[in-house]
Design a protein around this ligand. Structure first.
Ligand code: NAD
Ligand code: UDP
Length: 340
């Protein structure tokens, strides 16, 4: 049987870009997704980009039997786990939904991995595990104190993986703490397709540029930053995808099997207004905005200390703000209604 990487949540935004890179590196992929926040249409797009259709299993990680069958039917050598709910506000309103999906779901997945003898996993964590340390540059030893339910689910899963590793040293585990993923595949064939009103900055800007929304509300113009708007470490999704490949390679091929926990960011923050202006330049469209009150829970500024990812994985982000905006615009203008 051909060996494959199991990409859980692989129909989603970051998972689909990572699946393409894995397939283009010569490995086979099985995508497992319940399609709760994605579309089956992405599979044809992935086929278009790679020349091969990934195997697809429609399933939920809380459904043990479907996972068990998947491990039985395929020769899986490693798992990348993207599946999760990710809306911070919703996580505060419906905590049990988040603990169930993100934490209980992960426990079932890890149990079924153990049962199947699959011991290599890369997990999608987030910079939200750091909370608000009082300074903007987060290294991996910044205190872990998430300030919302979503962040706590991510930290819980990181800790579960460390505990598994302690009890079963043969496991190989990596948790990747993403900063702010943006951008799309350079072809414009796959990209981010949020349902409803986007929560995140970049898809909102893109929808204003294409005329689907009237104007961007800029949350806060009085932060202690150079132009008064919040600053974040935006990272191109293609760089993020290559970070997963680097982590997977390290887990599968290195003699050192210590757990890996690293930030994936560029280390360079941009303000909301810098993003707006870069997007206007890339799209040649105006992006109307209005500065309104701060959004509760937002911080003025944070960005990654990216030293450790470079040291451990030999990985660093390559693509800058222009490519982030150009690629988002290509995806948005070629697919005004996403995958529909
Ligand atoms: P996404 O929603 O596009 O992808 C997640 C995928 O998982 C979706 O296809 C969804 O249908 C699937 N899924 C959700 N629950 C599932 C379940 N119980 N069983 C099977 N499939 C399930 O999100 P994304 O932006 O690609 O994020 C991927 C991962 O990265 C998430 O875990 C997210 O928390 C994490 N992350 C994202 C960001 C971001 O800003 N996009 C930042 C940091 C971390
Ligand atoms: N932001 C904004 N308007 C929006 C969405 C976001 O001004 O409609 C700002 C937000 O306050 C933050 C930055 O853009 O400073 C990035 O927000 P996003 O929600 O994309 O990611 P977060 O940093 O919250 O994870």
């Amino acid at each position: 049987m051909e060996t494959s990487i199991l990409v859980i949540g692989g129909a989603g935004y970051i998972g689909s870009h990572t699946a393409v890179q894995i397939m283009n590196s010569g490995l086979s992929v099985v995508i497992f997704d319940n399609l709760s926040n994605s579309s089956r249409a992405v599979l044809n797009r992935i086929a278009k980009l790679t020349g091969r259709r990934p195997t697809f299993v429609e399933g939920d990680i809380r459904d043990r039997l479907t996972l068990r069958t998947t491990f039985k039917n395929h020769s899986i050598t490693g798992v990348i786990h993207f599946a999760g709910l990710k809306a911070v506000g919703e996580s505060e309103e419906q905590p049990l939904k988040y603990y169930d999906n993100n934490v209980s779901g992960s426990v079932v997945l890890f149990e079924e991995m153990q049962r199947a003898g699959v011991q290599t996993i890369v997990f999608s964590s987030s910079a939200t595990v750091y909370g608000d340390p009082g300074y903007p540059q987060y290294s991996e030893d910044t205190p872990l104190a998430p300030v919302n339910v979503y962040g706590r689910t991510k930290l819980m899963v990181e800790n579960i993986l460390l505990d598994i590793k302690k009890s079963r040293p043969a496991w190989r585990v990596a948790s990747l703490r993403y900063f702010n993923p943006v951008g799309a595949h350079v072809s414009g064939i796959i990209g981010e397709d949020p349902t409803g009103i986007p929560n995140n900055l970049m898809p909102f800007i893109a929808q204003v540029a294409i005329g689907k929304r009237e104007k961007l509300l800029v949350f806060g113009g009085d932060y202690p930053t150079p132009d008064g708007t919040g600053r974040r470490d935006y990272i191109h999704v293609e760089d993020l995808a290559s970070g997963h490949l680097a982590a997977l390679n390290k887990l599968m091929n290195s003699d050192d099997n210590s757990p890996i926990i690293v930030n994936l960011g560029t280390g360079r923050p941009y303000s909301v207004l810098e993003m707006v202006h870069a997007f206007e330049k890339a799209s040649n469209k105006p992006v109307a905005f209005e500065i309104v009150d701060r959004r509760p829970g937002d911080l003025a500024e944070y960005y990654a200390d990216r030293t450790l990812a470079k040291d451990i994985l030999g990985w660093e982000a390559r693509l800058g703000i222009d490519r982030m905006c150009e690629d988002t615009w290509r995806w948005q203008s070629n697919n005004p209604n996403g995958y529909q």
